[in-house]
Design a protein around this ligand. Structure first.
Ligand SMILES: NC(=O)c1ccc[n+]([C@@H]2O[C@H](COP(=O)([O-])OP(=O)(O)OC[C@H]3O[C@@H](n4cnc5c(N)ncnc54)[C@H](O)[C@@H]3O)[C@@H](O)[C@H]2O)c1
Length: 279
């Protein structure tokens, strides 16, 4: 895998933290020139400083993905500085929880506008140029909340369902032009966003308890499949939504510990073993 992205330009939104930053650093280690796009000025510049210190050609763009003109202008500058964008990882996202019945309009709008509309602006700005060039690959970061609902996260879940619809539609529109559009659906990833929003006992007793691999994902666990989807090895993968969730969405009866008869108790008590027929 070393240097398989040599000479390529990879743009990462949300590239200053968590899953986005892991993608930026990993793409750089594999030889790419990297554009870090993020709303957080300090973290974006710090990430680019880290990339440059490691010998990577990198540039930072500080913007809010809800601002379509800013996104268009940034893509223009990135291509002028680094060259045509070959790969895009769109990771910018927010997840502020709120019960639906009392959710203020602003909370609803924040999740939909950043996670879905901002995603569209980003994919349109980069994808339209890729279509003209007849080449490129895009990975949108969706979520397992794009497969099912989540209490306290109606807005987030709706936005991620929307991202999956967006990705599949663009895959159909752009596939014939040699531009592939895919998504990953991360499960529970130990990033700043995750720890900011979710209490530790809920993480331990509910979330990790239902992950067959019995651990949180690292950001690198997510970056590896993203970069696979950007790579030539995925040349015929288009419109896919890859769950990167340790098996969380593989089935329904997966609880491991818990007070109920979780999977562990069921296995240890032999309750899944078929009774031996008598006689
Ligand atoms: N952490 C998880 O468990 C998890 C699970 C499933 C999906 N995801 C998704 O992965 C993506 C990345 O999440 P993360 O956990 O790395 O979060 P994070 O908070 O560590 O990183 C998100 C980055 O996006 C930037 N950002 C936020 N709003 C922005 C905006 N309007 N414009 C530009 N940049 C903006 C932030 O400044 C931050 O640097 C998100 O789309 C999130 O929904 C995360």
């Amino acid at each position: 895998m070393d240097n398989d992205f040599k000479g390529r330009v990879v743009m990462v939104t949300g590239g200053a933290s968590g899953i986005g930053k892991a993608n930026a650093m990993m793409a750089a280690r594999r030889g790419a020139k990297v554009a870090v796009v993020d709303a957080s000025e300090d973290s974006a510049h710090a990430t680019v400083a880290e990339l440059r210190a490691a010998g990577t050609e990198a540039t930072a763009e500080v913007l809010d993905v809800r601002d379509d003109r800013a996104v268009e202008a940034a893509v223009e500058r990135i291509e002028a500085a680094l060259g045509p964008i070959d790969g895009l990882v769109a990771s910018a996202g927010v997840s502020p929880p709120h019960p639906a019945a009392t959710m203020p309009n602003e909370n609803w709008a924040a999740a939909i506008d950043v996670n879905l509309t901002g995603m569209f602006y980003t994919l349109r700005a980069v994808g339209s140029r890729m279509v003209e060039r007849r080449s490129g690959a895009i990975v949108a970061i969706a979520s397992v909340d794009g497969f099912g609902g989540h209490a306290g996260r109606a807005h987030y879940s709706a936005s991620k369902h929307g991202v999956i619809g967006l990705v599949k539609s663009l895959a159909i529109e752009w596939g014939r032009f040699g531009v592939r559009v895919n998504a990953i659906a991360p499960g529970v990833v130990g990033t700043p966003l995750f720890h900011r929003n979710i209490p530790e006992d809920h993480v331990r007793d509910v979330m990790v308890d239902r992950v067959p691999m019995q651990r949180l994902s690292t950001a690198d666990d997510q970056a590896h499949p993203c970069l696979f989807l950007l790579s030539d090895g995925a040349a015929y993968v288009n419109g896919a939504v890859l769950a990167v969730d340790g098996g969380l969405t593989s089935g329904f009866f997966t609880r491991w510990n818990g007070a109920d008869l979780g999977s562990k108790a069921m296995l240890e008590r032999g309750l899944y073993a078929a009774p031996v027929p008598k006689g």
